[in-house]
Write a protein that binds this ligand. Structure first.
Ligand SMILES: Cc1cc2nc3c(=O)[nH]c(=O)nc-3n(C[C@H](O)[C@H](O)[C@H](O)COP(=O)(O)O)c2cc1C
Length: 333
């Protein structure tokens, strides 16, 4: 994640706090939630751009996506896009979603939570960018489809979601100070890891439906949030995601996790005889409906089950050759 002036980015330590499954926080129990108050990278832009170039040189057939963020300034956005594109990236991901630190400079979630601002900044970005753009959305909003729609209408080729969820990890009951604690104080941060996966699934489902209903020519959807297994990735793809990203999982388990994810995803595909991602992408999306519709479907199903259980209403209902099944349907044990 880069911006023009890394000198403005000052991180603190500690900047992470964990939530464990055990209510008493036993260090033996698995980590299910992770809070960070980290800002974007404080490494100089020049260093990052050199590394982008090096990566493309070493892996020319792989996709490299530059994650970028800037202040509310058209010229700055244009300069950043030009410089990052020059380094050879294949696409850009725009951070409209970091919930901590950056909004104080009208960056990140400050833009993703304000549709008018988002429309203006997205316009600047898409008039400049010559590579595809994913707009990365914040879940810290009532209806994530509203800013997603604006970003797509403003020319973004796709949406990435979710960024972290605004959180306070906890209070130290000995010191009475909040975590993560920096010189006795804290600030709300971004929640990630396994605990956010169900929330991410809901947001991704909503965006997938938006794309299906309002952008039938198709847009790209990159799903993020709490992926630690191939099955987690499969769930996102079943909702319609084109790609899946992992952040905290790799921070906790290392790069080796990626191989495990691929193997587990392949196991899932074998189980269903799927030979490509397209065989199951979006396959579960049609099974979401309204609660009213669920009630109606259940009424119908109960009526049918009752009819079967009650067997024949009258002797004129015997079908002839079906008498064995019809007799069975009237046996009570
Ligand atoms: C330590 C840390 C730093 C992050 N920094 C960025 C960032 O610079 N830009 C960004 O768009 N998202 C950032 N994120 C958010 C992640 O990319 C991701 O959207 C979020 O953590 C949910 O996915 P996960 O559960 O796989 O971590 C960061 C997350 C963590 C935990």
């Amino acid at each position: 994640m880069v911006s023009l002036d890394a000198g403005k980015v000052i991180n603190v330590t500690p900047r992470y706090a964990r939530l464990r499954a055990d209510p008493n926080g036993s260090t033996k129990s698995p980590i299910i939630g992770w809070q960070n108050i980290e800002l974007i990278s404080d490494r100089p832009l020049e260093t990052m751009l050199n590394e982008f170039k090096q990566l493309k040189k070493e892996y020319p057939d792989r996709i490299l996506i530059g994650s970028i963020m800037e202040e509310y300034n058209k010229a700055a956005w244009h300069e950043l896009i030009e410089r990052v594109e020059e380094s050879g990236v294949d696409a850009l991901e725009i951070n409209f979603s970091c919930p901590h630190g950056m909004p104080e400079r009208k960056m990140g979630a400050a833009v993703g939570q304000d549709c008018a601002l988002l429309e203006e900044v997205s316009g600047w970005i898409n008039e400049k960018a010559t590579v595809p753009v994913w707009s990365k959305m914040t879940p810290n909003i009532t209806d994530i489809t509203q800013p997603s729609r604006i970003a797509l209408k403003s020319g973004s080729e796709g949406i990435a979601a979710i960024n972290t969820i605004m959180s306070v990890m906890g209070i130290d009951l000995k010191t009475l100070r909040p975590e993560p604690c920096v010189e006795g104080y804290s600030t709300p941060g971004g929640y990630s890891a396994r605990a956010v996966h169900p929330i991410a699934l809901a947001k991704v489902m909503q965006i997938a439906r938006l794309i299906k209903e309002e952008f039938p020519e198709g847009r790209s959807l990159s799903a993020i949030g709490g992926v630690e297994t191939g099955n987690d990735a499969a769930e996102f793809i079943l909702l319609g995601a084109d790609t899946v990203q992992v952040c905290t999982g790799v921070m906790m388990h290392g790069y080796g996790l990626v191989k495990k994810l691929c193997t587990e995803l392949q196991d899932f595909m074998r189980m269903h005889d799927f030979t490509s991602i397209e065989d199951f992408r979006g396959a579960s999306l049609p099974y979401f409906t309204t609660h009213t519709d669920l009630v109606q479907r259940q009424k119908e199903a109960i009526k049918q089950r009752k009819a079967i259980r009650m067997g024949l209403q009258s002797d004129k209902d015997w079908t002839g050759d079906g008498f064995v099944k019809e007799t069975e349907s009237m046996v009570s044990n």
